[in-house]
Design a protein around this ligand. Structure first.
Ligand code: PGA
Length: 242
């Protein structure tokens, strides 16, 4: 793994955005894996600013998001489809039909299979942008999830429910299940860029990089990825041995 430390979150976001922008310029039909939550917002802001200022085009880009809550559709402000439209897609020249977020409504088992079919039909994910949960999860792959998992219906852990409850009108409103790309789906991406910042991520980051590869810390699987770049701020890196 290629681990890079930054003095500020701004510098980290700039570096992650620069990698994606370069890749889109080099490969206009790039298949980009995207994520939600707090971690990628600064990266998205830089992609939008670059698109406005320098005209980098996403017309031919295809995207696949990692996950979606059960029962929430694009009209729900808490859905990840809504988040992506608002935080990124509405501000780029990307074709909406080329943006994919798993559907959390309808026949979920069929939606999972269809999602993997779509990723395969697109030629696989070129670059996957990802965050890490405080419990070491990647997407909604909680501790204990099989490394062989593909897109599946995932039960959220209590730690994840607690961490994400702040985005819902009341804590009881957060769904307890989601559709999530699996660990194997993420490992299939040709390149993975992880962004992690803040003290709350320090323990998970240490275990990911210095602990054993174990399903108990899902992100540790990235130790075996041939092209994983881990971007950390000082706080997220604060427990590392060197
Ligand atoms: P966050 O979540 O970006 O909101 O910190 C990351 C994650 O849970 O994967």
């Amino acid at each position: 793994m290629d681990v890079r430390k930054f003095d500020s979150v701004e510098a980290l976001n700039q570096a992650a955005a620069a990698m994606i922008i370069e890749a889109v310029k080099e490969t206009p039909h790039l298949v980009l894996g995207l994520s939600t939550g707090n971690s990628p917002i600064g990266v998205y802001q830089r992609l939008i600013a670059d698109h406005r200022e320098n005209g980098t085009s996403y017309k031919e880009v295809t995207t696949f998001n990692l996950d979606e809550y059960e029962g929430l559709d694009e009209n729900s402000p808490q859905s990840y489809r809504y988040f992506m439209n608002e935080q990124l897609f509405d501000h780029l020249d990307i074709a909406k039909e080329n943006t994919h977020v798993p559907s959390g409504v309808g026949d979920l088992a069929e939606n999972c299979k269809e999602y993997e079919r779509l990723i395969e039909a697109a030629g696989g994910i070129g670059i996957q942008l990802i965050g890490i949960g405080t419990n070491g999860h990647i997407a909604f792959n909680e501790p204990g999830t099989s490394f062989e998992s593909l897109t599946h219906i995932a039960d959220l852990s209590q730690e994840t429910i607690d961490a994400n409850a702040k985005y819902f009108p009341s804590p009881g409103d957060i769904p307890s299940r989601a559709i999530s790309m699996g660990i194997q789906s993420i490992m299939n991406a040709r390149k993975v860029i992880m962004v992690a910042f803040g003290q709350s991520k320090a323990r998970a980051v240490k275990e990911m990089l210095e602990g054993p590869v174990s399903t108990e810390l899902p992100a540790s699987v990235l130790q075996g990825h041939p092209d994983a770049i881990i971007l950390l701020d000082r706080e997220a890196a604060s427990l590392l041995s060197n």
